[in-house]
Design a protein. Structure first.
Ligand code: NAD
Length: 315
């Protein structure tokens, strides 16, 4: 039998790529319920799904910030059976906290963290009763490590990770699986929106040094970081499908091997100073080392693409 998969935030990015990839599975192992907050934005997904639309893929409305919309959506699925839940909907926020309102911050927490909680309050009891189900959460490397000017976004993803670590223990008792997918930078709408909002930000509430740091260091390097380290949404979708199909899916999975040296620092020093120190040096003291390492990464990418194109491993 097909596995029913419900994915949130499918109007763009990782959600769209994942929904289409699973709907087009050659072995037809999935029935995808691709959900989005605003159905007026369904055109891109419809187009990408092509002939799978109405067959292995159905589009439904679901706003992770609205309990009723979650209930209505789940009730519309035959027997309310969801075998795989992919909690993907999310939003970013960058900049100095002095320039952000508490309401803006609450919206990020409400979407990224309480969005997941609302989904599970509706879906977890059914999974427990059936003693089967896989909960897959698109978290971030920022769920394990903070980054300059991403304070509230990182906090929202840390909240997700802490919540899931606690829940995973209970889930094991009910034979449920839980997996956190942790991408590094991914080139999607998210990145574009976050950057544009950063560029438009009113920095008058910040002191000169902070405003300067945000504009001339953070925003200046932003595009370069995404260009050098960024993955495509399709790439993250491919990793996610592998985790969904794995016999023993891991609790955590990082999708970007170029980024893993950074997250490893977290576990290398129990005092927690090492990653902070390295990030500090990269950002404020060794601008040259920073660009040199980005160039090195670009070279690695170019080499791996080249060997991939040739269909043989690199020498
Ligand atoms: P995206 O902006 O293309 O996709 C996010 C989707 O979530 C959008 O379609 C948006 O409409 C939807 N959404 C927002 N609020 C919603 C709500 N209340 N209800 C339902 N849907 C809602 O960006 P993306 O990069 O594909 O992001 C997907 C996930 O990946 C997010 O959780 C994000 O935090 C995570 N992520 C992204 C990156 C990155 O660099 N792009 C890196 C790591 C993790």
């Amino acid at each position: 039998a097909k596995r029913n998969v419900l994915i949130t935030g499918c109007s763009s990015g990782i959600g769209l790529a994942l929904a289409v990839k699973m709907a087009k599975d050659e072995q037809k192992r999935f029935k995808v319920y691709a959900t989005m907050r605003n159905l007026a934005k369904k055109e891109a997904l419809e187009e990408a799904a092509g002939r799978r639309l109405g067959k292995t893929l159905e589009i439904k409305q679901l706003d992770v910030c609205d309990e009723q919309s979650i209930k209505t959506c789940v009730n519309s699925i035959p027997d309310r059976r969801i075998d795989v839940l992919v909690s993907n909907a999310g939003m970013g926020l960058i900049g100095p906290i002095e320039c952000q309102t508490i309401d803006e911050m609450k919206t990020v927490m409400d979407t990224n963290f309480f969005g997941l909680v609302r989904l599970l309050k509706e879906i977890l009891p059914d999974m427990k009763r059936r003693k089967s189900g896989h909960i897959v959460i698109i978290s971030s490397v920022m769920g394990i490590q903070g980054i300059l000017f991403n304070d509230v976004y990182a906090a929202s993803k840390f909240a997700v990770e802490g919540f899931c670590e606690s829940l995973a223990i209970q889930a094991l008792k009910f034979k449920l699986q839980l997996s956190l997918i942790e991408p590094g930078p991914v080139i999607t709408e998210f990145e574009r929106k976050v950057f544009e909002d950063g560029m438009k930000m009113d920095l008058s509430a910040a002191d000169e040094e902070t405003a300067e740091m945000f504009t001339n260091i953070y925003l200046k390097n932003y595009k370069q970081i995404f260009q050098s380290l960024g993955q495509s949404a399709e790439d993250v979708a491919e990793h996610t499908v592998k985790i969904i199909l794995a016999e023993n899916p891991p609790f955590r999975h990082q999708t970007n091997t170029l980024y893993t040296p950074m997250t490893t620092l977290k576990y290398a020093d129990p005092n927690g100073d090492l990653p902070i120190d390295i990030f500090y040096k990269m950002v404020f003291h060794h601008d040259k080392i920073f660009s040199a390492s980005l160039n090195f990464i670009k070279l690695l990418r170019w080499r791996s693409r080249k060997s991939f194109d040739l269909g043989k491993p690199s020498q």
